[in-house]
Design a protein around this ligand. Structure first.
Ligand SMILES: *[C@@H]1O[C@H](CO)[C@@H](O)[C@H](O)[C@H]1NC(C)=O
Length: 245
C-alpha cells in the first residue's frame, strides 16, 4: 500500500502539464504566430497574479526573489556592490509586449516590451561610494522604475523526454532602458537621518547617471530571474503542449 502511494506521487510529479484554460496558447503552424504569441504573453503575465503550481509558475505580482546582487558599475559612478535580500517585485503584470517570438530552428526566443511601473522592495546592504560620496548602511530599500523598456534574447536547447520535447533556456542578453528611476534607502549611516536624506536626494537628482552605471547589473539580475521562471515553466509544459494544440 505504502509503496504504491509513493509510485503514484512520483508519477504525478513527473507528468507534464498544459497551460490552464485562462491562458492563451498558440499553434506554431498559425500563420500569424508572432501576433498570437504577443497577445498570449500579454494575457499570461496579467493572469500570473497567483501561483500556478501545476505548471510551476509562481505569482508574478509580487514576484518574490530571495537575493539579488548588483555589482559596482564600470564608470566609477556607483563604486559599491549592492546586496539585496528578501525582495518583492511589483508590476511585472504591467508589461506590454511589442515582440514575442520563438524560433525553433535557431532555438532562440526574442522578447521586447515595456513595463509601465516596476517597484522593487528589498532589504539592502551597501558599503562603498556613489558619486564619490561614502554610502553605507542596511535596511529597507525601494527602487521604482517607470516606463522600463526591455529587450531580451534567450537561447534554448530542445531536450527530449518520454516522447515530448522541452525547452531548456541557457544563455541570454537583456537590455534595459528606463524612463525614470527613483531610489530610497532607509536607515543609511546607522539611521543618521540628515546624512541619509541627503544621500537619497543626491541619488535621485542624478538617478539617470547612477542607474546607467549599474544598468548591466540590473539587466543580468532580472535576466536570470526570468530565465529561472522560464526553465521551471517549460520543464513542465512541453513544446508539444504549448505550441502544437
Ligand atoms: C496587477 O496585479 C495587481 C494585483 O496583484 C492588480 O491590483 C493590478 O490591477 C494589476 N495590474 C494590471 C495592469 O493588470
Amino acid at each position: 500500500m505504502k509503496s504504491s502511494l509513493i509510485l503514484l506521487i512520483i508519477f504525478a510529479v513527473a507528468r507534464s502539464a498544459k497551460f490552464p484554460p485562462n491562458f492563451k496558447i498558440c499553434n506554431r503552424k498559425n500563420p500569424n504566430l508572432d501576433e498570437c504569441l504577443k497577445e498570449a504573453g500579454f494575457i499570461g503575465v496579467r493572469q500570473a497574479t497567483k501561483d500556478y503550481p501545476e505548471i510551476h509558475l509562481p505569482n508574478l505580482n509580487p514576484l518574490e526573489v530571495n537575493e539579488m546582487k548588483i555589482s559596482a558599475g564600470s564608470q566609477g559612478v556607483v563604486n559599491v556592490n549592492q546586496n539585496f535580500k528578501n525582495c518583492k517585485l511589483y508590476g511585472v503584470n504591467t508589461t506590454s509586449a511589442d515582440t514575442l517570438q520563438f524560433d525553433f530552428e535557431k532555438n532562440v526566443a526574442h522578447v521586447s516590451g515595456r513595463i509601465d511601473e516596476l517597484k522593487v522592495f528589498c532589504t539592502y546592504e551597501l558599503n562603498g561610494k556613489i558619486l564619490l560620496l561614502p554610502i553605507s548602511g542596511s535596511g529597507p530599500s525601494t527602487v521604482i522604475i517607470k516606463k522600463l523598456k526591455v529587450k531580451a534574447d534567450y537561447n534554448f536547447e530542445q531536450v527530449k523526454k518520454k516522447g515530448k520535447t522541452y525547452m531548456h533556456f541557457t544563455t541570454f542578453t537583456v537590455a534595459l532602458e528606463p524612463g525614470s528611476v527613483f531610489f530610497n534607502f532607509e536607515n543609511l549611516f546607522n539611521g543618521d537621518k540628515k546624512l541619509g536624506d541627503n544621500i537619497n536626494k543626491v541619488l535621485n537628482e542624478n538617478s539617470k547617471q547612477v542607474f546607467d552605471d549599474v544598468k548591466e547589473g540590473y539587466a543580468q539580475a532580472f535576466g536570470s530571474i526570468v530565465k529561472q521562471i522560464l526553465n521551471n515553466l517549460f520543464a513542465k509544459v512541453s513544446i508539444e503542449e504549448a505550441f502544437d494544440q
